[in-house]
Design a protein around this ligand. Structure first.
Ligand SMILES: Cc1cc2nc3c(=O)[nH]c(=O)nc-3n(C[C@H](O)[C@H](O)[C@H](O)COP(=O)(O)O)c2cc1C
Length: 168
């Protein structure tokens, strides 16, 4: 078990473009009995409703969506670059038919009962505030539907309060 330090947001140096878009992250949802890590490269952090917040975008077909909808909390874990293969695995296989923690060689850990990835070096612990399914009628530019949703597998945007940040 790694030792983490809670990190105050005012000393945070964090590039959301490289962190999400290039390095990727693992969204972990579920419970102690069943937690599942899933790779994401879309997401962000900011402020909404007076809270430090994170946003993630999860398609209908993901097992992670079921787990997110059943639970109030989830985490976003960023891992050092040597775990790239583990992230690729968690982005290609579903937790519906796999224990992805085991298969990817990752370790589930819990804080306030929220599952996260122990190999992470930077973790956002999140509490859901809103879940917004992005439907076709909401898109304001014509190419979005064609480019991203030809198969109708829509994203839900989860907006969550960041209740704790762990770093080491
Ligand atoms: C680099 C990368 C980034 C991804 N980003 C997302 C994402 O932001 N949202 C999403 O719904 N799926 C994303 N995926 C796909 C899921 O990680 C993938 O479908 C996964 O197998 C779903 O796992 P689950 O069924 O256990 O939830 C990404 C995959 C990769 C490889």
């Amino acid at each position: 078990m790694h030792t983490f330090q809670p990190m105050p947001t005012d000393v945070l140096e964090f590039n959301p473009f490289t962190k999400f878009g290039k390095e990727w992250a693992l969204v972990t949802a579920g419970t102690k009995e069943k937690a599942n890590p899933m790779t994401v490269s879309w997401g962000g952090v900011g402020v909404i409703w007076g809270k430090n917040a994170a946003c993630i975008f999860i398609r209908d077909s993901r097992y992670t969506k079921e787990l997110l909808d059943k639970n109030d909390f989830f985490s976003i874990s960023f891992l050092p670059s040597q775990y790239r293969e583990a992230l690729a695995y968690c982005g290609s296989f579903s937790g519906r038919d796999n224990n992805k923690f085991e298969k990817a060689g990752l370790t589930p850990a819990f804080r306030h009962g929220i599952p996260y990835v122990d190999e992470g070096n930077f973790i956002l612990l999140c509490q859901k505030m809103a879940a917004v399914r992005l439907t076709e009628d909401l898109f304001l530019t014509p190419d979005i539907k064609k480019k991203w949703y030809a198969d109708g597998d829509m994203h839900t945007m989860y907006i969550a309060e960041i209740i704790d940040i762990l770093a080491r």
